[in-house]
Write a protein that binds this ligand. Structure first.
Ligand code: PHE
Length: 452
């Protein structure tokens, strides 16, 4: 991976490639259900505050580390300081944990697309449909296999560039469609405005430490931070392109898509079920339960729904490809395996971890880890534990080992670093202290030591 490193051609090439990896199920499926569950406007406010501080500082640091060393995560840390190789290793494990369960959700999306295309749309709008579906054993496994299989084939044959090109054209369509569905719901359904209010007006009584924990994990996940991916992207970036501007553009783009997805789903939840705690707290199923109802109520909804799920599927695929590509390249570099073997090994691991994630909703629903279903557990371990740990050590690494100046110098190769002060303060003080506090409290919470 480190040899023959090609550069992104233009300014926009880098941002688009990074955004293609960043925008995925995290924005469309994960963000809305977390926002619904953890306080609506309060969650949105905390998320935005974290993204302009933590998110910005970490994104800049990761891209700069990648560009400075010209290497992907593990080698980049080794090149800067051997003692910190383990951070790169830790970061590289994260996408390997995410990919399997990401593909389970990708399978759900595929199922919904096929359902809409084959005329099953009105059935899917029924209350019990989704629960029955994930409660069955065979079908979810089949769609999961198809999704991870397709990802593997694309990575194996190295045709991801083609897919990414398609997705760039389709991204604006996805955004326009999301906006359209949001506006349709808001202006035509009774009760939807209550949802808009819940989503846009922060209510401080909805604040809890869990809001911050969830928002921070989501930030890492959605922006592909703390898993070495932005380091790899940075290694491909030319020296005359502004890291600062690129980081800001990726953040605005990624947050914009997530924001719209929330606006599409939360008002609909209020319209269909009054926005009571049970409806808002649905978790991973929220999108799948709510959207078919919206499409059912919409003239031409079956076609719009089919197009929508197709777009989501593509966005999910570009992300899963980038997740798999990362893990495959680690295997190639570290274990000196060929591309094909690495691909098969990663596919094997993904099936091993993905099957229990899928069965966790059906045959193995009695089996829980720390009180969580398998999929939730993988999500928790990666987002709430490993990514904060990687982010924390990265911040410490930048502050005390290579020093913020190393990053600032790299950023200034292409001009003035406008938010230099903010960067230094956040990476030195705010990030380490806050991440540590959040990490400790979320661990204590899971083990039931304190309730947050
Ligand atoms: N950021 C992607 C999303 O929001 C997930 C992802 C993480 C993709 C890391 C690639 C790499 O869905």
């Amino acid at each position: 991976m480190s040899s023959n490193r090609s550069s992104f051609t233009g300014k926009i090439g880098f941002v688009l490639a990074a955004a293609g990896s960043a925008v995925g199920l995290g924005n469309i499926w994960r963000f809305p259900y977390l926002a619904a569950k953890y306080g609506g406007g309060m969650f949105l406010l905390v998320y935005i505050a974290l993204s302009v501080t933590f998110g910005f500082a970490l994104m800049v640091a990761e891209i700069a580390i990648g560009r400075k060393t010209g290497k992907s995560a593990i080698e980049a840390f080794t090149a800067l300081d051997k003692r910190f190789t383990f951070v790169g290793v830790l970061a590289a494990i994260v996408p390997a944990i995410i990919l399997p369960y990401y593909s389970v959700i990708g399978g759900w999306v595929t199922k919904y697309l096929v359902g809409f295309v084959s005329g099953d749309a009105s059935n899917m709008a029924g209350d019990a449909y989704f629960g029955n579906y994930i409660g069955s054993v065979g079908e979810p496994l089949l769609w999961f296999a198809l999704f991870i299989g397709a990802t593997a084939v694309i990575v194996l044959f190295g045709v991801e560039k083609g897919i990414e090109k398609v997705s760039k054209v389709l991204m604006p369509v996805l955004i326009a469609l999301t906006l359209f569905i949001a506006l349709y719901t808001i202006f035509s359904m009774d009760g939807a405005w209550d949802g808009v209010r819940y989503y846009l007006l922060p209510d401080f009584s909805n604040f809890s430490l869990m809001t911050v924990v969830a928002a921070m994990g989501q930030l890492f996940y959605s922006m592909s931070l703390a898993m070495g991916i932005m380091i790899t992207f940075g290694s491909y970036m030319k020296k005359d392109i502004s890291i600062e501007k690129s980081a800001k553009q990726i953040e605005i783009f990624d947050t914009g898509v997530a924001f719209l997805a929330g606006l599409m789903i939360i008002p609909a939840v209020f319209a269909f079920s009054g926005g009571n705690e049970e409806a808002l707290g649905k978790g991973p199923s929220l999108m799948f339960v709510t959207l078919p109802k919206v499409f059912e109520a919409m003239p031409g909804g079956t076609i719009i729904g089919a197009v929508f799920f197709f777009m989501v599927l593509l966005a999910a695929l570009t992300s899963s490809i980038s997740l798999m590509e990362t893990v495959v390249s680690v295997f190639m570099d570290k274990f000196k395996l060929g591309r094909r073997t690495s691909c098969l090994v990663v596919l094997g691991i993904s099936v091993l971890l993905g099957v229990p994630s899928s069965l966790g909703y059906s045959a193995w629903s009695d089996f829980t880890i720390l009180g969580m279903q398998v999929l939730d557990f993988f999500d928790f371990i990666s987002n709430s534990i490993m990514m904060p740990v990687v982010a924390l050590i990265t911040a410490i690494f930048v502050s005390f080992v290579i020093k913020p100046k190393a990053i600032i110098d790299e950023v200034e190769l292409s001009g003035k670093f406008k938010w230099k002060k903010l960067f230094s303060v956040v990476i030195r003080y705010v990030a380490p202290v806050c991440i540590l506090a959040i990490l400790v409290s979320s661990v204590l919470d899971v083990f039931g030591i304190v309730k947050i």
